[in-house]
Design a protein around this ligand. Structure first.
Ligand code: SAJ
Length: 428
């Protein structure tokens, strides 16, 4: 029997052991889904605290409840480890590690390289390796393939290698790992076939593409699409501000068009570990090929400009009330990068706080999801949202429109409001 048929058979019988490298917001939901599909799963993380927490039956990922984690642990089919040697037993290994940008906005693939090294140490005949981390086109073929074939094993014959982009939308209660279609592109057709068979029991819809580059670009297109369209509506917000038009009214009316339009909303800027970052992976790759990805760069400029635009609106609003930014108290409502989550990564609220403090404002914040955080070396603690704290502020600035914020309190007691999300008009 060929190793292709062996692995496909193991998948069909749920006998394959799945390894997951990286137990974060991508790896842990995937590990749980694979366990629920009947596989044995060993999750590996370099951070012993992550492993200890999971083995102590506590989930550090909002989209995986403690109960779901305990079900996986109690099934006896999921375990977490900080020992990479256990990956040797795995028939399939999914790499779900971070791909941040360096401070020069260049791709930082060091986590992928480290994971590849770990896989290489234990690579054996019959293993399937899948990279899930969002990265520039060519990463799988240029970084993983040579490293793994340096063991003397041959891709497509001895082991299988594919790219399958993660499509997690943190906090999305409708779409999770199982019911979000999953793209798979292998180095060889057999790689694609084997990886699709391995994922099939845990994922409702698989979308097969011809190469790893195609799969890598699918993800970058998805996130660049968002970045560019958010940049477009952010520019529309600046245009409408200069024309004295309500941009949200314009967008809602445009969204009544039943075809050929997709609604995006302006905001304080672009946060998260994906949209502000992923497009720059493609821009970087293309610079190396002497091509300037103008849409990506322009969207990045526009989205990065929004904190400055909104801080200027605070200055204008205070000025209208005879106040200067310097010495005024500004209460920021919501600091997470988007509604109803606790994640602060790349949040525009951090830029806004830095800008306001740079202009001498006294900044405090309220965020029901973020009790405290450190910024530029000092710790900020969430201020209770009361009639007093709202009334005491010279300006209330709505940055993240969490559903649980009491907007009536703001409507009733705030003297000056700058609303970057049109929350007072739309949220009760
Ligand atoms: N934002 C706007 N206007 C919009 C939509 C979003 O200003 O109309 C802002 C948000 O406030 C946030 C940022 O953009 O600061 C990113 O928003 P997002 O919803 O894209 O947030 P992510 O990064 O948590 O989720 C995305 C996924 N989102 C959706 O598909 C809805 C998707 O792009 C990726 O699957 C995922 O990140 C990822 O992991 O790449």
């Amino acid at each position: 029997m060929s190793i292709v048929d062996e692995l496909v058979g193991k998948a069909e019988r749920r006998e394959a052991l799945f390894g997951i490298i990286g137990l974060g917001y991508v790896g842990l939901p995937l590990a749980v889904e694979l366990t629920q599909a009947g596989y044995r799963v060993v999750g590996y993380d370099v951070n012993p605290k992550v492993v200890e927490g999971l083995m102590a039956r506590v989930s550090h990922v909002k989209d995986v409840s403690d109960a779901t984690l305990c079900e996986a642990l109690d099934s006896g089919r999921f375990s977490a480890t900080a020992d990479p040697s256990l990956l040797a037993e795995a028939d399939a290994i999914s790499i779900c590690v971070p791909t941040p940008l360096s401070k020069f906005k260049d791709p930082d693939v060091s986590y992928i390289v480290a994971a590849t090294e770990a896989v290489k140490q234990t690579l054996r005949r019959g293993q399937a390796i899948i990279l899930e981390s969002t990265t520039y086109p060519g990463t799988t073929r240029e970084i993983l393939l040579p490293a793994l074939e340096s063991t003397g094993l041959v891709v497509g014959q001895d082991f299988f290698l594919a790219f399958s982009p993660e499509r997690v939308d943190p906090g999305n209660a409708t779409y999770g790992t199982r019911n979000t279609p999953k793209v798979v592109g292998g180095i060889t057709p057999d790689c694609t076939r084997v990886v699709a068979a391995l994922y099939q029991p845990a994922i409702d819809t698989l979308v097969l593409v011809s190469t790893t580059e195609a799969a890598e670009l699918v993800k970058l297109l998805e996130n660049t699409f968002r970045s560019v369209n958010i940049g477009l509506v952010n520019e529309m917000a600046i245009v409408c501000d200069k024309l004295g038009v309500d941009v949200w009214e314009v967008i809602e009316a445009a969204a009544t068009k039943p075809f050929g339009f997709m609604k995006f909303l302006p905001g304080p800027g672009l946060g998260g570990h994906c949209i502000p970052i992923d497009p720059h992976y493609l821009a970087w790759k293309m610079r190396g090929l002497n091509y300037k990805t103008r849409f990506i760069d322009l969207a990045g400029e526009l989205n990065t400009e929004m904190p400055v635009f909104w801080v200027r609106k605070v200055g204008d609003a205070l000025n209208k009330n005879g106040l200067a930014v310097r010495g005024s108290t500004v209460l920021i409502l919501g600091v997470a990068y988007k509604r109803d989550i606790e994640d602060l990564r790349e949040s525009p609220a951090l830029d806004i706080i830095r800008l306001l403090e740079g202009q001498g404002a006294e900044v405090c914040y309220h965020d029901p999801y973020v009790p405290e955080f450190r910024e530029d070396g000092h710790k900020l603690v969430s201020t209770p949202l009361t009639a007093e704290t709202v009334a005491d502020a010279d300006c209330v600035m709505i940055v993240t429109d969490h559903s649980t914020i009491d907007y009536d309190l703001v409507r009733t007691h705030a003297r000056v409001v700058v609303d970057t999300r049109n929350a007072l008009a739309t949220r009760r």
